[in-house]
Write a protein that binds this ligand. Structure first.
Ligand code: UDP
Ligand code: MG
Length: 147
């Protein structure tokens, strides 16, 4: 796990462009916003999660009332998993994403501009450096972090 840290020059975070956004052909728009904000996409792939994979990724929420809806939705279409690198990548990307509920998201954030609802909120970003490493290793091998 620590090898991720050694290969990346800065802090890394795990991003997902969620099915509502891939379905509406927004991956290019979102990537442009990520790069404009100073985050570097150092790894990226498009994949379709199975329901069990979505449940594993969101296991921390397994007791929450929205877990079934969330994991159904996250396995309903393709996602784009990405590793983003920046000086303060975790916080920088959370700031760019905006609040979980798009109704509460600030102007200029991805969720304000693209999200459809609280569940279909277009993007995921890790909430801590520790979780970022766990989430990155869920999707990517060390060799796939290409810089
Ligand atoms: N979510 C939901 N209903 C809720 C809270 C969250 O459907 O009441 C979904 C939403 O897609 C969110 C994801 O579950 O992005 C994970 O929730 P979390 O609280 O971790 O929000 P995030 O870290 O994505 O902002
Ligand atoms: Mg979260």
């Amino acid at each position: 796990m620590s090898e991720y840290v050694h290969r990346a020059k800065k802090i890394v975070t795990l991003s997902m462009i969620k099915p509502d956004a891939t379905q509406r052909n927004l991956t290019g728009d979102i990537n442009a916003r990520i790069e404009k904000a100073g985050l570097r996409i150092i790894a990226q792939k498009r994949l379709w999660l199975t329901k069990p994979q979505a449940e594993e990724f969101y296991a921390v929420h397994s007791e929450r009332p929205f877990f079934e809806e969330l994991t159904q939705y996250m396995s309903s279409g393709p996602v784009v998993a990405q590793v983003l690198e920046a000086e303060d990548a975790v916080n920088a990307y959370r700031k760019l994403m905006g609040a979980t509920n798009p109704k509460e998201a600030e102007e200029g954030t991805l969720r304000k501009d693209f999200a459809l609802s609280l569940t279909q909120n277009s993007v995921h970003g890790s909430d801590s450096r520790e979780n970022a490493l766990v989430e990155i290793s869920f999707f990517f091998s060390r060799m796939e972090l290409v810089g």
